[in-house]
Design a protein around this ligand. Structure first.
Ligand code: NAD
Length: 495
């Protein structure tokens, strides 16, 4: 199931596969063993400019935006079919590039196909509005594409985060410049190959690889771009928002999180433990909505910690290609260092390490970027490990006295992406959820989300929403049209 020969990834600009004009490339590393599995073109500012100009020209020509919605939907349906046709290959590539276990990578590909189908269906449904105005006028609103969109994507869901942006942007009639993470470029290139295979017109989707600070920055600053849709870290997002202000670009931001998972004493105990493990250790904790702060009611706190730690220690950590692996490596050596340094900070801050805390090197994992499932207890809200996004398999467990304190601790964060409540008291569950300052919430479950529902955060977790009808609107302008039904002079001025 692993990549057997080195991949060589080119950029896709105006319908042509191209190396970087500088000839530069960067190695792509398999995080399970540290081996080079390919090389990817390292784009420059000039490469990015060329892609932006191609996307601008394609948009202004109307080659895509002036197709009927049904015609565009037809392309999107074909892309979904192709994603399924290449499911096994895409899964294998994603595992080698990102490290995630088979069942996660496989689900990502299925979700990607479903996302294209959702937006293919949605774009052909009625939209726009008409208003009751005086009878000699007709007022209406129509939706139009924003124009040329820059799509900037992180490494934790390389294929799926791209698709969450590409599907609505293309459905709405925009042209795009797609900038994947430099760490995980492989499935983006495969996806764009699929676009070519289904005959997407030249210039509609352009793919540029390279450093965020170089090609990403050009995308954000270039005045030919109408909108930036960014998913990534909050610090990068703030920087992008500042820079985009110069040309008043529309900006959507899907940023970081430090999401609370609140467990009341009356919850179904084993269900709560099970979902709490899933909430933090799925994706090796590299999920923006990860339940990285578990809040447990005092009376079951000790029992919960004991059971949670017992199960966390049994998680099978290993390469994603091994069907036995339940948790994969971290994505890169840099990220490994970052996560390990947070673990050190936690110890120095006086939190008690209940389990984990180390890089895993046994059983042939020494060349990969594996970290033990790590649990900190006896933490206080002021600690860095409680406030900052670690983005790894590291969780903090806090104690609360009552409903009010649970809400106060849950909201004590600059982030507001997600949150969950476990209790069998339905009224209490909804009371607490309504008080949570977060955009994605769950009751008695975690992580499940649907193409139909909006994805995004409150506070410093972002601006705007992906997915659902809200996600389509992010890629649409709204135009009012007022029509005079009695075509005669107004007579405002006498002469
Ligand atoms: P990152 O911010 O380092 O990079 C994200 C993307 O931005 C990459 O493609 C990178 O090349 C690009 N970039 C970096 N600097 C840039 C700049 N100055 N201008 C333009 N582009 C630039 O994030 P990451 O480490 O790849 O991903 C992890 C982060 O993503 C976490 O904080 C996580 O919470 C967040 N995330 C959020 C969501 C969400 O839906 N809210 C989903 C997935 C990941």
């Amino acid at each position: 199931m692993e990549i057997t020969k080195t991949v060589d990834l080119k950029m896709y600009i105006n319908g042509e596969w191209k190396n970087a004009t500088s000839g530069d490339s960067r190695p792509v590393i398999n995080p399970a063993d540290g081996k080079v599995i390919g090389y990817v073109a390292e784009g420059s500012v000039n490469d990015m400019k060329e892609a932006i100009e191609a996307a601008r020209k394609a948009f202004d020509s109307g080659i895509w935006s002036e197709l009927s919605a049904a015609e565009r939907a037809n392309y999107l349906f074909k892309i979904a079919d192709k994603l399924e046709e290449y499911q096994e290959e895409l899964t294998r590539l994603e595992i080698s590039d990102n490290g995630k276990p088979f069942r996660e990578a496989d689900a990502d590909v299925m979700d990607a196909a479903a996302c294209f189908r959702y937006y293919a269906g949605l774009i052909t449904k009625p939209d726009g509005e008409t208003y009751h105005v005086p009878a000699d006028m007709q007022a209406m609103v129509i939706k139009e594409p924003v124009g040329v969109c820059g799509l900037i994507v992180p490494w934790n869901y390389p294929l799926l985060m791209g698709v969450w942006k590409l599907a609505p942007a293309l459905a709405a009639g925009n042209t795009v410049v797609f900038k994947p993470s430099e760490v995980t470029p492989i499935t983006s290139a495969k996806l764009v190959e699929i676009f070519e295979e289904v005959g997407l017109p030249k210039g509609v989707c352009n793919l540029v690889f390279g450093a965020g600070a170089v090609v990403g920055n050009e995308l954000v600053e270039n005045p030919l771009i109408d909108k930036i849709s960014f998913t990534g870290g909050t610090v990068t997002g703030k920087n992008i928002m500042r820079k985009a202000a110069d040309s008043v670009k529309k900006v959507s931001l899907e940023l970081g999180g430090k999401s609370p998972n609140i467990i009341f004493a009356d919850a179904d105990f084993e269900t709560a433990v099970d979902y709490a493990l899933f909430g933090i250790f799925a994706g090796s904790g590299q999920i923006c909505a990860a339940g990285s702060r578990i809040l447990v009611e005092e009376s079951i706190y000790d029992r919960f910690v004991e059971r949670f730690v017992e199960r966390a220690q049994k998680i099978k950590v290993g390469p994603g290609h091994d069907p036995q692996s339940e948790m994969g490596p971290l994505v890169s050596s840099e990220h490994l260092e970052k996560v390990l340094s947070y673990i050190e900070v936690g110890k120095q801050e006086g939190a008690r390490l209940a389990c984990g805390g180390n890089r895993i090197t046994a059983n042939g994992l020494d060349q990969g970027y594996f970290v033990e499932p790590t649990v900190f207890v006896d933490v206080t809200s002021s600690m860095k490990i409680v406030q900052e996004e670690i983005f790894g398999p590291v969780v903090v467990i806090q104690k609360f006295k009552d409903e009010q304190e649970a809400i106060q601790l849950a909201n004590d964060s600059v982030y507001g992406l997600a949150g969950s409540v476990f209790t069998i008291d339905g009224a209490k569950a909804l009371r607490v959820i309504k008080k949570l300052r977060a955009g994605i919430t769950w009751i008695n479950t975690y992580h499940f989300t649907f193409n139909e529902a909006p994805w995004g955060g409150y506070k410093q977790s972002g601006i705007g929403r992906g997915l659902g009808t809200y996600g389509l609107e992010e890629y649409q302008e709204v135009k009012q049209i007022n029509i005079n039904l009695s075509v005669e002079p107004i007579g405002w001025f006498e002469n």
